[in-house]
Write a protein that binds this ligand. Structure first.
Ligand code: PLP
Length: 421
């Protein structure tokens, strides 16, 4: 998508891979110090050796310190599991929900629309998907009454075990308020649900008045009995200002896990040996960035700010453009990297889709692709209320390209509507 990599991060990783660069006088001292710290934590001082299955200890300790700075509450480094991207951590944690007998299926509550990793993993692990709808009319807010409805309906056919919340949301771009998070925690506590807090977009909050609150912090603020709840929070190097999705870095913080379950969990991840040490090194940079006064600080902050402020601008541009198109409505992109606008499709278009053997939003997406080269994901890929049509697009293309894309999109849409009206 043309995003420039963060210099500090790439330098540290380069030195880890090529320690002879430590002698290069052009490399700042804090980069050398970080890289040496990582290498000291690796067996044989090399990124090429296996690490502990839960990750390099010193990086896990730095993750815990990062969480403490972020939340103002203690974090235990032994609760930190490094993983090859958040996906691996989420799947490894979701595995704990699998049952091995013929009893009723364990259920996992997920938002609709959702990020498809969840529906796919639930299907693969033979769990029961319990969808709860997000509320489009309140900027994709999370209604507790809807959680109740979905839970009550599902408990007839499954044994609800876990609740997934994605905050900031993919594909919705919603950022939850603290009050909303408190409501979700109370609900999960009452129903004895394991909480999955997918917080990979914690650095991507743009809208005025919105703030990221981690579930871990809110649970701790709420005190007993909520601070005893089993909770897993996930973070990634793929998002934020980093965008290093190919290097596969992530972590899970899993708190209050039953000790016997934790033993089995650690055993299960040890069968995979270890997450890529390269991804772990990236995570070290994210949780232990240059500090004020260090030689890389100024450049790091400048690069980080540039990425995040440009994303904020694009978030605004995308929502405003879609809202200016007749027959489209788009909620404010408060955070994350996506917009999920609704499109009103004329009945004739729905019929044409049927004749082509496609869902109406899929038909629309293919027509857009064929006519403009723009690729979107139809709303049915994420889930949507029956009878409504959406698509997901990202705010990731660089501003000029995004502008051109949006202009082409607007033209296509008005021609499409004219054709089928
Ligand atoms: C909500 C959400 N969770 C998890 C992931 C997976 O990220 P990773 O690259 O860290 O595996 C993504 C990626 O798009 C995502 O959007």
């Amino acid at each position: 998508m043309g995003q420039k990599p963060i210099t500090f991060l790439r330098q540290v990783v380069s030195l880890c891979l090529m320690p002879s660069l430590m002698d290069d006088p052009n490399i700042p001292s804090d980069v050398k110090e970080r890289a040496q710290g990582i290498l000291n934590g690796c067996k044989g001082s090399s990124l090429g050796s296996y690490s502990d299955s839960a990750g390099v200890e010193v990086i896990r300790r730095h993750v815990a310190e990062y969480i403490e700075r972020r939340d103002g509450f203690p974090s235990n480094w032994e609760d930190i599991i490094l993983c090859a991207g958040a996906s691996e951590g989420i799947r490894g944690t979701m595995k704990m929900m699998i049952k091995h007998d013929n009893s009723i299926k364990p259920g996992v509550m997920i938002p609709i629309p959702q990020y498809p990793l969840y529906s796919a993993t639930i299907a693969e692990f033979d769990l029961h998907q319990i969808g709860y709808y997000l509320n489009e009319s309140t900027n994709w807010g999370l209604d507790i009454s809807e959680l109740e409805r979905a839970y009550d309906e599902a408990k007839e056919v499954s044994n609800p075990k876990a609740l997934v919340v994605i905050n900031p949301g993919n594909p919705t771009g919603n950022v939850l308020t603290k009050e909303n998070i408190q409501g979700v925690i109370k609900f999960a506590y009452e129903k004895k649900l394991f909480l999955f807090a997918d917080e990979v977009y914690q650095d991507n909050v743009y809208a005025e008045g919105c703030k990221f609150h981690s579930f871990k912090k809110v649970v701790m603020e709420m005190g007993a009995p909520y601070n005893q709840m089993e909770l897993a929070s996930f973070m990634s190097c793929s998002k934020g200002y980093m965008g290093e999705c190919g290097l596969r870095g992530g972590y899970a913080e899993i708190v209050n896990l039953d000790p016997q379950v934790k033993t089995m969990y650690l055993k299960s991840i040890s069968a995979k040996l270890c997450p890529t040490t390269l991804g772990q090194a990236v995570m070290e940079c994210v949780v232990n960035p240059p500090r004020e006064g260090e030689p890389s600080y100024e450049q790091f902050i400048e690069e980080k700010k540039a990425v995040l402020s440009s994303l904020a601008e694009r978030a605004k541009m995308v929502a405003e453009t879609f809202n200016s198109v007749p027959g489209m409505s788009c909620n404010v992109v408060q955070g994350a990297m996506y917009a999920f606008p609704q499109i009103m499709l004329p009945e004739k278009a729905v019929q044409a889709a049927k004749a082509a053997g496609q869902a109406a939003d899929v038909f629309y997406a293919f027509q857009l692709l064929e006519n403009t080269g723009i690729c979107i994901v139809p709303g049915s890929g994420f889930g949507q209320r029956p009878g409504t049509y959406h698509f997901r697009t990202t705010i990731l293309p660089q501003p000029e390209l995004l502008k051109t894309m949006l202009e082409k999109f607007r033209d296509f849409h008005s021609n499409f509507i004219k054709l089928y009206e």
